[in-house]
Design a protein around this ligand. Structure first.
Ligand code: AMP
Length: 405
């Protein structure tokens, strides 16, 4: 069976999914897995297409010292126990910089260019690239494709792409990139089928998960994003600040004597819902907590989502639809209702019954703005990109011959 392996390498975990490819190029998810606890308590878990457990095993810490080793162990497991040898591997890579506006087939030159972007995403880029480098060294003939979180936003108008800083900094890459692009691209492609009334219109997509952002989409194109140079900007997240006055950072460094590393750690790990509540970074836990600070953190989240929706509606010069996605967006009846309530002035009106049922269309029949829930699928997007790049280069028949030889 032909398969595509999708890999998402993190700092102490690697997530993977296997998609079967049929002769018409349709993809079917077969296996979902991850190796986490790398460097502490390595553990491989995987489930099959129906959610059945396929693996749950722990490894001694010294057997899995890093993410590339974890991916090699997972690949060995896929080969030995499921007889899977993927046609190609698609990787999620957070940063494609100013130049990559679409996925790319990886070679040594591409890796070198992506490594130069590490300064733009120091917490993610090295972990995304490490497994790519290892696979390229061990299996030079195995096609690998990099799919970028920034690519979908690359044709923003120039005014949306700039900060008000000297142009030389823009030229060296200090720009508003935007992230979660694979999620938004998946939804932009799905909308004409699942929600034809807004498929090509002016839509705000709210990707509300532990990482959270929103994107203004018009005619299937990204027009504006709440995230910018890094994935810190915009909405408050599980542990990340979201939008903050840069003066606060100057204050932390001068008045509090915090080092660059301390500030970085603070902004990425100690703020957002966790920092505000002092209770948890997890929306469900905050909603279940009786602590008033937890309730405040939820209020703040709702307020900021609605505030930034206003900004995106201005970028779109009007609004025709609203879409919720990701962990909070797909699952929280209460948060969706509260955000919609704040957007009443824009013409949003939810149907409480459809909202409680998590229906596809959750707005009232007479709502000026239709509201949808569209579950995102970044991995499927990566698998589709990987397959189409592969088929652009090689016919399915020649790929089969190459693998047989
Ligand atoms: P993600 O990063 O997309 O997996 O989303 C994770 C976030 O979704 C966490 O904050 C979870 O608490 C939140 N989440 C998942 N299910 C629910 C739910 N039923 N109600 C509220 N929040 C949820």
């Amino acid at each position: 069976m032909d398969t595509i392996l999708v890999v998402n390498g993190g700092s102490s975990s690697v997530k993977f999914q296997v998609f079967a490819v049929d002769d018409n190029g349709r993809l079917r998810r077969q296996i979902k897995g991850q190796m986490d606890g790398i460097g502490s308590r390595p553990r491989l878990r995987a489930t099959g297409a129906a959610g059945e457990a396929l693996a749950d095993r722990c490894y001694p810490i010294e057997a899995v010292p890093d993410v590339p080793t974890a991916l090699m162990l997972a690949s060995t497991w896929l080969r030995d126990e499921h007889q899977l040898r993927p046609l190609a591997v698609g990787h999620r890579v957070v940063h494609g910089g100013p130049d990559y506006d679409r996925p790319v087939l990886i070679d040594h030159g591409v890796i070198a260019r992506l490594e130069r972007l590490t300064a733009l995403a120091p917490l993610h880029q090295p972990h995304n690239l490490a497994p790519i480098r290892t696979l390229l060294a061990k299996f030079p003939a195995l096609p690998q494709v990099a799919c970028f979180d920034t690519a979908f936003h690359r044709d923003h108008d120039e005014v949306a792409d700039h900060y008000a800083i000297p142009r030389r900094l823009h030229e060296e890459g200090v720009r508003r990139y935007g992230f979660h692009g694979l999620s938004y691209e998946y939804i932009a492609k799905a909308l004409p089928d699942v929600a034809p009334e807004i498929g090509r219109a002016r839509v705000i997509v709210a990707h509300l998960g532990s990482g959270a952002s929103m994107c203004a989409i018009h005619g299937g194109r990204s027009v504006e994003s709440t995230m910018g140079f890094t994935a810190l900007d915009g909405l408050p997240m599980g542990t990340r600040t979201g939008q903050i006055d840069p003066g606060v950072i100057l204050y932390l460094m001068t008045a509090k004597g915090m080092s660059t590393a301390e500030v970085q750690d603070f902004l990425y790990r100690d703020c957002g819902l966790k920092g505000l509540s002092g209770v948890s970074n997890d929306m469900r836990e905050l909603q279940n907590s009786s602590d008033p600070h937890a309730a405040f953190a939820v209020d703040y989240f709702v307020y900021r989502v609605a505030l930034q929706a206003g900004m995106l509606a201005a970028a779109l010069q009007g609004l025709d639809g609203l879409v919720f996605t990701a962990g909070i967006g797909e699952n929280s009846v209460g948060i969706r209702a509260r955000i919609a309530e704040r957007l009443k002035w824009l013409g949003v009106s939810l149907d409480p019954v459809e909202n409680a049922r998590h229906s596809l269309r959750i707005s009232r029949g007479d709502s000026q703005i239709p509201v949808y829930i569209v579950p995102t699928d970044e991995e499927l997007m990566i698998a589709q990109h990987t397959l189409s790049l592969l088929w652009n280069r090689h016919s399915p028949a020649s790929l089969k011959r190459e693998r047989a030889s």
